[in-house]
Design a protein around this ligand. Structure first.
Ligand code: PLP
Length: 396
């Protein structure tokens, strides 16, 4: 038998974290690393935040899971808080981002079905998009590396270049249900959707009666300095998938929708055994409590500006490797002139700095939103050291 007990679908690194403290991870061998990956934009409150730990421990001792057969004061409380804070009128809780996207796709299709237009079942999606690994979510991306060997995928998806409004509008026809888009593409390379592009999609949805579905799994929940990124653009979607920061390490996602968009999602149309269980809800309420503390989002904005400014200052000193900074708030990427996975490995193995690769030429910084100035300074120092001694394969 050569296959490991753990299905080998991830090219895992040799770093084996066993403990976390704030912005640091401690490995099995005692090695300490500065965590600028944040569990891929998940650990919004860092590792071991006392309020999150306390809430989970107390809820685990009280009631962990009951199924969705019964009334749920826990889910109602969090759903009401999210409804009060967002465009949404209603929320479905899931266990992951991909499931939140699945629910969003189903909600969009079901809207048109309930509206008497079942043929409007096709979502227009975008090149380099990433929506998760379920069959629905990989059908919504046209990246071959995620799709190969899993066909037949779901019909009802078309693809346009990201940030190309004319190309997206040219795909609209009598079968179009709406657009599914990450306002800031994460895995695709930290590409920010332009205001004109996102507003143009909104206008087209209003004009043609289509559903605008935002996937804010990565860019939402405080990551860019507003609760959701679309607030900064000044538009709202009809449906939105959320995950990652919502549980800040506890597996949780959500699909948010307006009352109109959710008109087809009646009893019996969707479900999840674990979705929204009391333990997940307690974690999410604790996360929201912290994010609603005075100054939390301002802190994200300030730290985002500081990190960005420091990166921009550093780049000219290492222009053999670094090109430019992109992103918003604490969702930042550096375009580099090297294979990003190799540089991420170099930073991790030689400099105790954890980053994440994205797309073909970007390294992402997605630190805990609680990061402070000292950790930002340490990050810049480590990145500079890593760049100075970098001798890896280069595209130059
Ligand atoms: N959507 C976006 C924008 C994501 O970045 C991700 C994960 O990285 C997902 C969906 C899928 O989330 P999950 O891995 O929790 O299923």
């Amino acid at each position: 038998m050569t296959i490991p007990a753990l299905m080998p679908v991830y090219p895992r690194s040799g770093f084996r974290p066993v403990r976390g403290e704030g912005c640091y991870l401690i490995g099995e061998d005692g090695g300490r690393a500065l965590d600028m990956a944040g569990g891929i934009a998940v650990n919004a409150l860092g590792h071991g935040h006392p309020k999150l730990v306390e809430a989970i421990a107390a809820q685990a001792a009280t009631l962990m899971h009951v199924s969705n057969l019964y009334g749920s004061p826990h889910q109602e409380r969090l759903a009401e808080r999210l409804v009060a804070k967002t465009f949404a009128d209603t929320v479905f809780f899931t266990n992951s981002g991909a499931e939140a996207v699945e629910c969003a796709i189903k909600t969009a299709r079901r809207f048109h079905y309930a509206d008497g237009d079942p043929q409007r079942n096709t979502l227009i999606c975008f090149n380099s998009a990433f929506h998760g690994r379920t069959l629905g979510a990989i059908s919504a991306t046209n990246q071959a590396k995620m799709r190969d060997g899993f066909e037949p995928l779901l019909p009802g998806f078309k693809y346009a270049p990201f940030n190309d409004l004319d190309a997206a509008l040219a795909l609209v026809d009598d079968n179009t249900a709406g657009f599914l888009v990450e306002p800031i593409q994460g895995e695709g390379g930290v590409s920010v959707g332009t205001d004109a592009f996102l507003k143009g999609l909104r206008a087209a949805c209003d004009e043609h009666g289509l559903m605008l579905v935002f996937d804010e799994v990565q860019c939402g929940y405080g990551r860019t300095g507003s609760f959701f990124y679309h607030e900064q653009v000044g538009i709202t979607p009809d449906i939105m998938s959320v995950a990652k920061g919502i549980g800040a390490g506890f597996p949780l996602g959500a699909c948010l929708a307006t009352e109109r968009a959710a008109k087809g999602m009646v009893a019996g149309t969707h479900g999840s055994t674990y979705g929204g269980n009391p333990l997940a809800m307690a974690a999410a309420e604790a996360v929201l409590d912290v994010m609603e503390e005075r100054g939390f989002l301002d802190h994200v904005t300030r730290m985002g500006e500081r990190l960005r400014g420091a990166l921009e200052q550093m780049i000219p000193n290492h222009d053999h490797l670094f090109e430019a900074v992109r992103g918003k708030g604490l969702m930042l990427g550096i375009r580099i002139k090297a294979e990003p996975r190799a540089f991420v490995a170099h930073c991790r193995e030689e400099h105790g700095l954890l980053l994440v690769a994205a797309g073909d030429n970007v390294v992402r910084l997605l630190p805990p939103l609680t990061i402070g100035e000292a950790e930002i300074a340490e990050c810049i120092e480590k990145l500079s050291d890593a760049a100075r001694v970098w001798v890896g394969p280069s595209d130059d």
